[in-house]
Design a protein around this ligand. Structure first.
Ligand code: ZN
Length: 394
């Protein structure tokens, strides 16, 4: 009985076979996927939607091109999760019998011009909701990556794609397709190669937002050792120069629905009691900030230190740190001031420190304390705002 249970467990833990790089993939894709890490099977795949207006057609060979690119991005996440201590974990992708990635082809009700950058996502998501209602069970998680062909007009073309939504929006995110969106250009110092870094790096970055990740910047040490964080300016370096995921990002992905291992029955994002902050202290100690938090109901407590303004898309400079759990419900981190490049560069007096509380089901809360360096000296304690002032969803 015990042996059977152990065998069943061993089978459940077997990695997905890597021999499944499809024969019809390009040689360059086969080369780039040759050092794939074994993926932990997942419970809920990411939904990838290829979205068209009622007047356009997919870009040529989109199924092979996007399958190769998506498997490459899946491997990027898997390798970075492995490096961060989460072996083989990545977002799940549904695969077709021929090995391609399942792309839900959804044709919108309106002409493609109605689905443009800015507000086009509203009509697009409404059409995707109709598709989901008409095809029960087709979408298998709450996370959707939408890929739309570039506009083709006097402004946009295959060497200058654009016009369509390209951003993350809650658990949805948007990227685009164009003729040169092909892995054969990856890392090439050519116009098509630089374009691919921008738009594939962009896809990987916007996907990060759609997988619950906020922007974050590297510490000075990590930047020197590992390059650019994907959720910083990594969309401009991906595939060209070293690009990585911070541990801060990896911890959030560990609690993301589409990273959940097969058999994980967590009810992701279901409402549950907020974390309770029982104690918190922030102190300037020597050449570092020392943060200690006691709170209930969290798997992780992450920290971001940034300059004002604290608004979306002005937060690329938020330097990521992770607390260590030192006892049940107690978390600590030491933040060396030398790791805060933004502070050194700008000399700004004010900075904000955000504490990110991550619950086991992926719900997230953010708690901000703002302080003024010019009014502080080593040894000072920095008052933190009342603990009830934190907010969810991010
Ligand atoms: Zn972003």
């Amino acid at each position: 009985m015990k042996a059977t249970t152990l065998m069943a467990l061993a089978c459940a833990l077997l990695p997905v076979s890597l021999a499944d790089v499809p024969a019809h993939f390009s040689d360059r894709a086969k080369e780039l996927l040759a050092d794939s890490v074994s993926l932990t099977p997942t419970e809920h795949p990411l939904n990838v939607v290829y979205f068209l207006g009622n007047d356009n057609e997919p870009v040529a060979d989109y199924e092979r091109r996007l399958s190769e690119l998506m498997l490459y991005v899946q491997q990027f996440y898997a390798k970075e999760m492995t490096r961060n201590g989460f072996p083989g974990r990545s977002f799940g992708l549904e695969r077709l019998e021929n090995g391609n990635v399942k792309l839900h082809l959804v044709r919108g009700k309106q002409p493609s011009r109605e689905y443009g950058y800015g507000q086009g996502h509203n009509a697009c998501l409404a059409d995707i909701r109709e598709y989901a209602a008409a095809n029960p069970g087709a979408l298998r998680s709450e996370h959707i990556l939408v890929i739309m062909p570039s506009f083709y007009n006097e402004e946009y073309n295959d060497m200058s794609p654009g016009g369509v939504p390209f951003y993350g929006l809650g658990r949805n995110c948007f990227a685009l397709d164009y003729a040169h969106f092909d892995i054969k250009h990856l890392g090439q110092n050519t116009p098509e190669g630089r374009l691919l870094t921008k738009w594939l790096g962009g896809l990987a970055h916007e996907l990060g937002h759609g997988l619950n990740l906020p922007h974050n910047e590297a510490t000075v040490t990590d930047k020197a050792a590992m390059g650019t964080p994907l959720m910083g300016a990594g969309n401009y370096t991906f595939g060209m120069t070293p690009t990585y995921l911070t541990l801060n990002s990896a911890r959030l992905l560990d609690r993301c629905q589409v990273f959940a291992p097969a058999g994980d029955k967590t009810e992701f994002y279901a409402s549950c009691p907020k974390p309770e902050i029982q104690a918190a202290s922030l102190k300037w100690e020597g050449d570092a900030l020392a943060l200690a938090i006691t709170c209930t109901g969290c798997d992780y407590v992450n920290v971001l230190v940034q300059d004002p303004p604290y608004i979306v898309n002005r937060d690329y400079d938020a330097v990521a740190f992770c607390t260590e759990r030192v006892a049940e419900n107690q978390y600590k981190v030491t933040i060396p001031l030398a790791e805060l490049a933004a502070r050194q560069n700008t000399g700004k007096a004010e900075q904000g420190i955000d504490v990110l509380l991550v619950q086991p089901n992926g719900n997230r809360y953010r708690w901000r304390t703002v302080f003024d360096w010019s009014k502080l000296k080593p040894g000072d304690s920095i008052p933190m705002n009342p603990a009830e002032n934190f907010w969810g969803g991010y």
